[in-house]
Design a protein around this ligand. Structure first.
Ligand code: G16
Length: 542
């Protein structure tokens, strides 16, 4: 075993979801090793314990896995479960940690960010509940990284990641496992596969799943094509590639145009879905309709009892603050617990562990339940298929019926990417200063009933997270929310979230862009976006 001298890097503070940087940053000598050693130092239970390891297959995935294996052996990890070919989706890691009672998991992914040598890489640590490490832990890892002076590594040959089986590195047992089997079994235990098979066998029903050349390809092929007989070709872009085929593995209207096109017109597929780099995000589409992630969460909660695993009802729903309030209306009506948390899946962990909620969701294309402690793209897709089978209605019918019953929360998000960081911080600071004066004033004729910088007190452990986004709420329930992303790797990304509630049925089928324009105008002028950032248009609208 070698102890290798090193010096700290000052930029190893994890963001919304792990440490994400350009590949070139991770390729610097000692960069990956420093961070991994900091994780091992902060989580002593890993010594003598079990660790799960895998990634989304992006460029540098295999090299990083070989390095981490040698470091794990040197740091006294007793057993490591690594995904075959180095692949494991984020929800699959969460499940494996829980199933095999591991002390933690390392996921190599920069999620929906582009890959390849010029793209992004990332590393996330999940704790023994299967969920992303809480802020107190990520902060401790960062602090450790700032004092690190050596790391441990066992000199060993690289192992063959392509062959499933058991081997040993030094004293450490290594199992190269089928990445899909345990996860597919879990899905089978939650959903009615018979009913989904019958739906997919209907001659008048067609589906397409876009794996975006990322990790869910092999999972989707096994589950949809081999277990549910969706038919060959139901999964598109199903082969994981280190650069995601040059695409941006982000399942949204902007980055999955091929799939969106398949849903349009009278011949469009009846159901379409996509997932992201590491398989935790989802996008749901029906023939000529896109289901916003916020609506998807609300509709799932309203119909949960139609799914076998939730047939006895759910305890509650949590959503991130910028996610639309559609789910709150369902919680109110059904008498469910309801929580509003900061952005970041890690904030749902305590609520799920305490049984306070069953479903969680975020506007950023994430939904999941207490079956794991991560968001889960394929779970959401299977949920919708099961729902379609149970209701024997189209996606459009289900969504529009939901709006008629609960009202419609029109929703849109504007992203201004790679903005100058100083300008973005100044914009947020200026907004914060304006907040006290905004209360009870009118913006474009709308009365402001709340204007604050969102602060969250965790109801389970009492921890407080401040400055989680500026929100301005109007009398009619509409909102404008601003925050800076915690997942970008270039400058700052300003996100502006806009929401308008429409209770009247005859106004629920209007064009979202038109309905939201007054709020876009309010948001851009109040924050002086063009003046302060030089951007007259957002980079992406979802
Ligand atoms: C991550 C987090 C999510 C968060 C999203 C966007 O998703 O897990 O909880 O909503 O980033 O965060 P931000 O607005 O700070 O960029 P993923 O899929 O990238 O891991």
């Amino acid at each position: 075993m070698s102890r290798i001298a090193t010096t700290p890097f000052d930029d190893q503070r994890p963001g919304t979801s792990g440490l994400r940087k350009k590949v070139a940053t991770f390729q610097q000598p000692h960069y990956l090793e420093n961070f991994v050693q900091s994780v091992f130092d902060v989580i002593p239970a890993l010594k003598g314990g079990i660790l799960v390891l895998g990634g989304d297959g992006r460029f540098y995935n295999r090299e990083a896995i070989q390095t981490i294996l040698k470091m794990a052996a040197a740091n006294g990890i007793a057993e490591i479960l690594v995904g075959q070919h180095g692949l494991l989706s984020t929800p699959a890691v969460s499940h494996l940690i829980r199933k095999y009672k591991a002390q933690g998991g390392i996921i190599l992914s920069a999620s929906h960010n582009p890959g390849g040598p010029d793209g992004d890489f990332g590393i996330k640590f999940n704790t023994d509940n299967g969920g992303p490490a809480a802020e107190s832990i990520t902060e401790a890892i960062f602090e450790r990284s700032q004092a690190i002076d050596e790391y441990q590594l066992l000199s060993n040959e690289d192992i063959d990641l392509d062959v499933a089986g058991k081997l040993q590195i030094g004293e450490m047992h290594v199992s190269v496992i089928d990445s899909i089997g345990d996860y597919a079994e879990l899905m089978q235990s939650i959903f009615d596969f018979e009913a989904i098979r019958a739906l997919l066998a209907r001659p008048d029903f067609t589906m397409a799943f876009d794996a975006m050349h990322a990790v869910t390809g092999p999972y989707a092929k096994r589950i949809f094509e081999e277990m549910l007989f969706a038919g060959d070709g139901a999964v598109i872009n199903g082969v994981p590639l280190t650069d995601f085929g040059g695409g941006h593995p982000d399942p949204n209207l902007a980055h999955a145009p091929e799939l969106v096109a398949m849903t349009l017109g009278d011949d469009g597929v009846d159901f379409a879905a996509a997932s992201d780099g590491d398989g935790d995000r989802n996008m749901i589409l029906g023939k000529n309709i896109f289901v916003t992630p916020s609506d998807s969460l609300a509709i799932m909660a309203a119909n949960a009892t139609l799914i076998p695993d939730y047939s006895n009802g759910i305890s509650g729903i949590a959503r991130s603050m910028p996610t639309s309030q559609a789910a709150d209306r369902v919680a109110d009506k059904l008498g469910l617990n309801n929580y509003e948390t900061p952005t970041g899946w890690k904030f749902f962990g305590n609520l799920l562990d305490a049984g306070k909620v069953t479903f969680c969701g975020e506007e950023s294309f994430g939904t999941s339940s207490d079956h794991v402690r991560e968001k889960d793209g394929l779970w959401a897709v299977l949920f919708w298929l099961n729902l379609l089978a149970a209701k024997q209605q189209s996606v459009k019918e289900i969504v529009e019926q939901h709006w008629r019953e609960y009202g419609r929360n029109y929703y849109t998000r504007y992203d201004y990417e790679a903005v100058d960081s100083a300008a973005a911080n100044q914009l947020m600071e200026r907004l914060r200063e304006q907040l006290p004066a905004l209360l009870n004033t009118k913006l474009d004729g709308r009365l402001v009933t709340l204007a604050d910088d969102f602060s969250y007190t965790d109801p389970v452990d009492g921890s407080i997270s401040d400055q989680q986004g500026v929100r301005i709420l109007f009398e009619d329930g509409s909102r404008v929310v601003y925050r800076l992303s915690g997942t970008g790797t270039e400058g700052a990304t300003l996100r502006v979230y806009l929401e308008y509630f429409e209770p009247e049925t005859d106004k629920q089928l209007l064009d979202t862009a038109e309905v939201m324009q007054p709020f876009v105008d309010i948001a851009t002028s109040l924050a002086k976006i063009e003046e302060l950032t030089g951007r007259s248009e957002p980079t992406v609208i979802t």
